[in-house]
Design a protein around this ligand. Structure first.
Ligand SMILES: Cc1cc2nc3c(=O)[nH]c(=O)nc-3n(C[C@H](O)[C@H](O)[C@H](O)COP(=O)(O)OP(=O)(O)OC[C@H]3O[C@@H](n4cnc5c(N)ncnc54)[C@H](O)[C@@H]3O)c2cc1C
Ligand SMILES: *[C@@H]1O[C@H](CO)[C@@H](O)[C@H](O)[C@H]1NC(C)=O
Ligand SMILES: *[C@@H]1O[C@H](CO)[C@@H](O)[C@H](O)[C@H]1NC(C)=O
Ligand SMILES: *[C@@H]1O[C@H](CO)[C@@H](O)[C@H](O)[C@H]1NC(C)=O
Ligand SMILES: *[C@@H]1O[C@H](CO)[C@@H](O)[C@H](O)[C@H]1NC(C)=O
Ligand SMILES: *[C@@H]1O[C@H](CO)[C@@H](O)[C@H](O)[C@H]1NC(C)=O
Ligand SMILES: *[C@@H]1O[C@H](CO)[C@@H](O)[C@H](O)[C@H]1NC(C)=O
Length: 543
């Protein structure tokens, strides 16, 4: 038994040593010149401390977009950030690159940092449940959106650039390629994914090395690190509290719905007690703050539905009082179909590694990466995986329970549309060229195999039977259907959504960079908007 222990078990076993080591890592990273100095703001798990209090802004979900948003708003206003999970600090499953992927296999119902869900398609998936959100459990690959994307969604190009730079100076590093990543890089080139672009943060066709939120010492920098840029006097971070619903003003008139605050519970379910926090009501109600949902593509539509915003009939099934008909809530759920092929012949006990290189092929239609992922505590596999960047199939999200800690039901309808199936078949050909390249087969010492899938029918069948997630699911509160161009929820005063649920398409090579950027970007937008208000009503005191 002892002898069969892996480096992981041995390391976890010597817990105290590990703690000291992690501490050292964190400490060292603070000395890194590009790391901005700064302390985390006040963090509490005491719901009573926050219950009954008022804030200018309440951000729901301390995830990828929520943390930079809350930090930015705190520059001028009081902010409450509510996160259902705990702290990422001190947790090696989050911070230590050597344990990459372990959080995904060590899950439980209510407390693990990754929460599993199985879509109604039968595909296993997951989302972050910790301060830092999915940036605390993901591959950490950092790549901006293309210029075309930024233009198509109508964002201010200069502000987008500044917001990316703000994020990058704080948490993004240039990776040092591992031997396996170098092999994958050659394989992508061998498969014809050209040109070679070297290191780049841009979303450009060809093969490139991307940025990473893992630094060169192997420490992950989640979005939670961006809270070090907050004004500590203006922000409270509440952990281990799950937001249940939004509170509306009851004395409003029938034609407007205005937000008053939020209801939340303790995430551990130890009591049934519900707590409330409110929005400040400045004297002049034309310039007040918002509740901003940043609970992710599953969390934000779920909270809207639990609050009575969504399709009437569905809410009736759960006896949720209907507040506003917004048919788009939970609609437009998309997940990029992924096909992965294992290039190693059997499980081994290698050190896990996230992808550092990517192939962007066929007019940006396919994204190909390879990593080493743990499948159990002592076994790893080496998949080469590709996603379809612009799937047309979409599905929907509905409630499964009125308990906000439970997953909603979601169906993505992978490959339901003919176009996606056709794209997938072509993607399989590309994937086979990468997986069976000389670079890969030589490095792994596997015999060169030439048994490529012969027919399109075979490839389609393979696609249907093997479709997986690339974890870039999005939609549910899309721009134009649930929120307007300023990310304000249609028909409600004082409510916005800022996260991956607003996307019609997953931006860039992968979405994290753009979600981090979006939090900063929308924060600045809101600050500017209110600056205009206070300067046009100069008698008004900023709250
Ligand atoms: C395994 C995996 C690997 C990935 N790899 C990459 C990668 O390498 N590169 C990349 O760019 N992208 C990657 N992605 C995708 C990317 O991480 C996500 O798209 C992105 O982080 C989503 O950001 P978000 O702000 O929309 O939501 P999240 O970051 O998930 O934040 C939502 C937050 O809200 C909290 N929350 C939810 N409901 C409530 C509630 N009711 N009350 C209080 N809090 C709540 C959650 O706990 C969470 O912290 C990966 C994703 C996964 C899951
Ligand atoms: C918060 O929740 C996490 C995850 O369940 C747990 O490990 C941690 O101890 C909790 N913290 C507090 C202060 O309750
Ligand atoms: C309801 O409120 C809105 C905005 O505050 C206002 O424009 C409208 O006149 C009000 N309607 C009634 C009937 O009071
Ligand atoms: C509030 O805003 C209105 C314009 O909507 C303005 O006329 C009024 O003077 C303001 N009141 C205060 C107290 O600033
Ligand atoms: C992992 O451990 C199990 C049980 O101890 C063993 O059967 C298996 O061979 C191990 N796998 C690897 C890859 O070491
Ligand atoms: C909730 O989920 C369970 C299992 O995932 C499923 O059997 C059930 O039908 C779902 N209920 C609703 C109302 O969606
Ligand atoms: C602020 O006011 C200026 C000048 O009136 C205007 O050009 C700008 O668009 C306004 N900005 C916002 C965010 O409303």
């Amino acid at each position: 038994m002892e002898a069969s222990k892996t480096w992981f078990q041995r390391t976890i076993g010597s817990h105290r040593l590990l703690k000291a080591f992690i501490f050292l890592l964190i400490d060292m990273s603070l000395c890194y010149p590009s790391e901005p100095q700064g302390e985390l703001p006040y963090v509490t798990s005491d719901v009573k401390e926050v219950g009954g209090k008022s804030f200018d802004y309440i951000v729901v979900g301390g995830g990828t977009a929520g943390c930079p948003l809350a930090a930015t708003l705190s520059e001028k206003f009081s902010v409450l950030l509510v996160e259902r999970g705990g702290s990422p600090y001190g947790n090696p499953l989050v911070l230590d690159k050597r344990f990459y992927g372990f959080s995904l296999i060590q899950t439980d119902e209510f407390s693990s940092v990754a929460q599993d869900f199985i879509s109604a398609d039968g595909v296993r998936n997951c989302r972050g449940r910790v301060l830092g959100g999915s940036s605390a459990i993901n591959g950490g690959f950092y790549s901006r959106a293309s210029k075309d994307f930024v233009n198509s969604v109508g964002w201010d190009e200069e502000l987008v650039k500044d917001a990316y730079a703000w994020v990058e100076s704080r948490i993004v590093s240039t990776p040092e390629l591992t031997p396996w990543q170098t092999v994958v890089e050659f394989a992508l080139l061998e498969a014809g994914i050209l040109p070679y672009n070297g290191f780049s943060l841009e979303h450009i066709e060809g093969t490139k090395i991307g940025g990473s939120i893992f630094d060169i010492w192997g420490t992950r920098h989640t979005s939670a690190d961006l809270l070090k840029a907050a004004n500590p006097k203006n922000i409270v971070v509440l952990l281990n509290a799950t937001v249940k619903s939004i509170i509306f003003h009851s004395n409003g008139n029938a034609s407007t719905t205005a937000v008053h605050g939020i209801r939340f519970i303790k995430s551990d379910g130890s009591t049934d007690q519900t707590y409330e926090a409110y929005l400040n009501q400045p004297k002049n109600s034309t310039s007040s703050g918002d509740v901003i949902l940043s609970a992710g593509a599953l969390g934000s539509p779920q909270i809207l539905l639990l609050s009575g915003i969504g399709p009437h009939k569905h809410l009736k099934n759960f006896n949720i009082p209907h507040v506003l008909s917004l048919k788009g809530v939970g609609k437009g759920m998309k997940d990029n179909p992924c096909i992965a092929v294992l290039v190693d012949t059997d499980p081994q006990s290698r050190q896990p590694e996230p992808p550092q290189v990517t192939g962007i092929a066929k007019d940006f239609k396919y994204i190909v990466e390879g990593g080493i992922i743990p499948t159990s505590f002592n076994a790893t596999r080496m998949p080469i995986a590709a996603k379809i960047a612009f799937p047309v199939s979409e599905g929907k999200l509905t409630l499964n329970s009125t308990d906000p800690r439970q997953n909603p039901s979601v169906k993505f309808n992978y490959l339901a549309e003919e176009k996606d199936l056709e794209d997938c078949a072509n993607m399989v050909s590309l994937l086979e060229r990468v997986a069976k390249s000389q670079s890969v087969t030589f490095y792994l010492g596997v015999k060169h195999q030439n048994n490529l899938m012969a027919s399109t029918d075979e490839q389609r069948k393979f696609c249907k039977e093997n479709v997986k997630t690339y974890f870039h699911y999005h939609g549910g509160c899309t721009v134009g259907s649930v929120v307007d161009d300023d990310y304000k929820v249609y028909g409600v005063k004082g409510l916005r959504v800022v996260d991956g649920s607003t996307f019609l398409e997953s931006p860039g090579t992968n979405p994290m960079a753009t979600l981090l950027m979006l939090g900063r970007y929308q924060g600045i937008k809101i600050l500017r908007e209110r600056e205009n208000f206070s300067s046009s009503f100069s008698t008004q005191q900023s709250p």
